[in-house]
Design a protein around this ligand. Structure first.
Ligand SMILES: [Zn+2]
Length: 301
């Protein structure tokens, strides 16, 4: 650049200004849509942390990672710290909006032992799908959720600890979710409904109604998925009865649905790795939940 080319300097200045504005626009969450690609990137980061089983360094790292992103996306974040046996556990709760409370939950701990592995049952589960996919979807929802969703509900994104140590060393499943429900019940705070996602990232995706979930809520969610063109992946028939983090809410009398793709051959094996899940699968679940929360408020009649 020199004085002989004043127009060039001007053009470059305007170009730089344009780039800054573009970058600012890219950061603004308003109008942003759910990105399966971004959800997948979160799962990759989580898997890189290694085992996130209760009490491990990976578990602590994953919790800190979740908190960091939720705060970055403007959520009010708190933790529920509690003990079970000799272990310290931490549920993470992010709140945004006003109105009746709607909880989206998932577990972020992974299974300490791959006790269904065909060859090596001594190693932990890598947890790309089981303990990873749900976190990726909820974190990405955290980035994009705003009005109208947050104008008609107080949305809680909840990341449960201690779901997946069940039947190991005498532990039950869903320790974190039971803790949360007992604390909520004691404080008299009752959500209007709860949706739990778990193992929804399988590249070969098929999500069926779950037997113990609230049928009206499932029909509502599966209807949204169908309208979005995902009918082939959301099957409108009951396939399994599964105990998961929605169970304590169901027992408490709160409408609750579990989204899970339980036909996952790598479940609780060392093969639950990143290559088994897909961007498209995360996209379908994320876009369905995005539409659920931005649409007409759901009320169980
Ligand atoms: Zn599991």
């Amino acid at each position: 650049m020199n004085r002989r080319w004043p127009w060039l300097r001007k053009a470059l200045l305007w170009g730089a200004l344009g780039l800054v504005l573009l970058a600012l626009g890219a950061c603004a969450p308003r109008g942003e849509r759910f990105s399966g690609r971004r959800a997948y990137a979160h799962v990759r980061r989580l898997v890189q942390m290694g085992s996130r089983a209760v009490g491990t360094e990976g578990n602590r790292q994953a919790g800190d990672y979740i908190i960091r992103y939720l705060k970055r996306y403007g959520w009010e974040v708190s933790t529920q710290d509690f003990a079970f046996g000799d272990e310290s556990l931490r549920n993470i709760i992010a709140r945004k909006g006003q109105g009746p409370i709607v909880i989206l939950g998932t577990h972020y701990d992974t299974r300490p032992l791959a006790d269904r592995d065909p060859s090596d049952r001594t190693r932990p589960v890598p947890g790309a799908n089981d303990g990873g996919s749900g976190v990726g979807v909820l974190l990405e929802l955290g980035r994009i959720l705003g009005p109208p969703a947050t104008e008609q509900a107080e949305i809680w994104l909840v990341f449960f600890d201690g779901e997946d140590r069940g039947e190991i060393e005498g532990w039950p499943y869903s320790v974190g979710a039971y803790q949360m429900v007992s604390d909520l019940a004691r404080s008299g705070i009752k959500p209007s409904y709860v949706v739990v996602v778990d193992m929804i990232g399988d590249a070969d995706q098929a999500i069926y109604y779950e037997w113990s979930s609230t049928m009206a809520l499932q029909e509502h969610i599966w209807g949204i998925a169908e309208r979005l063109g995902y009918g082939a992946y959301f099957q409108k028939q009951v396939r399994y009865h599964i105990l998961d983090d929605h169970t304590p809410f169901v027992q408490w009398g709160v409408p609750a649905a579990l989204l899970i793709d339980f036909d996952y051959r790598y479940w609780h094996t060392t093969q639950d790795t990143l290559d088994k899940i897909s961007v498209d699968s995360l996209q379908r679940v994320g876009a369905t939940l995005e539409t659920l929360l931005n649409g007409e408020p759901f009320v169980v009649r």
